[in-house]
Design a protein around this ligand. Structure first.
Ligand code: SAH
Ligand code: SF4
Length: 400
């Protein structure tokens, strides 16, 4: 990770505040090297560093990669094409793990939510949303978030640490475990490598945290997720959501190349400054210019503008018309996602009425821009970002 992303200013405060990095390197406290999250070349280097010769390391790296990402193996004993005598050595030096599951819940609508824990005890969340034609995994990039958007529960959490590639890829691996998506023994792995055969078909980087404040780790993790020899998820099935970290957007397009979603949420400086404080640093115009320049965006791959509907705050007809004007002004290949605000205890806003949301959507839609209203999912299990973690903290406090 670059020094720039390690030292991120908290919006609205004067001094940059250091964001603690993810666990340093892939070495675990028990001395073993975590293989999940390493590229194939890094696995080879790690094998060499632990003593294998170059030729063996290359071959073993290829085999390990296959077992980890095509078979979902979590131990070396099951790796039948690796010499039996070498397996205990691998077990002693390497690990293939997943984030620890603190809590797992299933909503009446099929939405699943996990409260996960890093090895150093930090909690974060992951959500799976099944639909008729797809299954979307909402992945976290950080524990907490420094950006303090006023409607977002994650923004109220004090503790922030970047998740490292093993913790980001580990979420996808864990979801595949839970959904039973690895081929069974004797089954051809390729049968389930294609998204058509899977429940988990799409990934959105829309869980806790700002992915562009953890750029290197998110990029490295998504490269592994997209690798055709492994999980093989197409970049067209992955969406990265940013609250508008303008200086990193071009690199995101070039180095990751996934779909872009932008949390716009307001169309005037006054309101966006209030609800997305990062706007004070990178204003709406600057953000939309960066969207217009986003590599790979075109009519077939539109940029999604997320817009959380807050009663009497950003939801008037005038706001909707201004949204249309801005999208047209910057000639953006855009679609708008209207998100009913999901309230949390102490939230300073309310959700707009269904009629208001409908009226807003119609104005945008009549201008020729798709503006679906996202159906709230998993409300019975606190599926709004950040809620499960806080509920768990509250419970612990009450028990203490
Ligand atoms: N930090 C990134 C990605 C994580 S937030 C970003 O802000 O884009 C993912 C999405 O969830 C954002 O669009 C955010 O605005 C939305 N969100 C957060 N809290 C919400 C709430 N209480 N109700 C509805 N949407 C919310
Ligand atoms: Fe962070 Fe996104 Fe929440 Fe804003 S909306 S506080 S950027 S997670």
């Amino acid at each position: 990770m670059s020094a720039e992303t390690a030292l991120m200013p908290i919006a609205g405060r004067q001094e940059p505040v250091p964001v603690p990095r993810g666990s340093d390197g892939a070495r675990r406290p028990d001395g073993r090297v975590e293989l999940v999250g390493l590229s194939k070349a890094q696995i080879r280097d790690a094998l060499e560093a632990e003593g294998l010769d170059a030729r063996q390391a290359k071959l073993r790296a290829k085999q390990l990669w296959h077992w980890i990402y095509n078979r979902g193996a979590t131990n070396f004993e099951s790796m039948t094409d690796i010499a039996k005598a070498q397996r205990p050595w691998l077990t002693g030096h390497f690990a293939i793990s997943r984030p620890e599951v603190e809590q797992a819940q299933v909503s009446s609508d099929g939405t699943r939510k996990w409260l996960l824990k890093t090895r150093d005890g930090n909690e974060f969340e992951m959500v799976f949303i099944p639909d008729a034609d797809r299954g979307t995994l909402c992945v976290s990039s950080q524990v907490g978030c420094t950006l303090n958007c006023r409607f977002c529960h994650t923004g109220t959490m004090m503790l922030v640490r970047n998740l490292d590639p093993s913790e980001i890829v580990g979420q996808v691996m864990l979801a595949r475990d839970a959904l039973g998506e690895w081929p069974k023994a004797g089954e051809e792995p390729d049968a389930k490598c294609q998204p058509e055969g899977r429940m988990l078909t799409n990934i959105v980087m829309m869980g806790m945290g700002e992915p562009l404040y953890n750029f290197d780790n998110v990029r490295d993790a998504l490269k592994i997720v997209m690798d055709g020899d492994g999980l093989g998820l197409s970049r067209r099935r992955i969406t990265l959501s940013t609250s508008g970290v303008v200086p990193m957007m071009e690199r995101a397009g070039e180095e990751i190349g996934v779909n872009l979603a932008v949390s716009l949420h307001a169309v005037t400086k006054e309101i966006r400054d209030e609800i997305v404080p990062l706007n004070r640093k990178y204003g709406i115009e600057q953000l939309l210019e960066a969207c217009a320049a986003y590599p790979g965006a075109n009519n077939a791959r539109r940029i999604t503008f997320e817009y959380v509907m807050l009663k009497d705050k950003n939801d008037s007809d005038e706001d909707a018309r201004e949204l249309v004007r801005l999208i047209r002004k910057y000639k953006l290949p855009a679609k708008v996602n209207l998100i009913p605000f999901n309230p949390w205890p102490g939230a300073p806003y309310e959700c707009s009425s269904p009629e208001r949301i409908r009226a807003f959507s119609n104005i945008v839609f009549e201008a020729g821009i798709s503006a679906p209203v996202r159906t709230p999912r998993g409300r019975d299990i606190d599926a709004a970002c950040g809620q499960l973690k806080t509920a768990s903290e509250r419970k612990r406090k009450n028990l203490a």
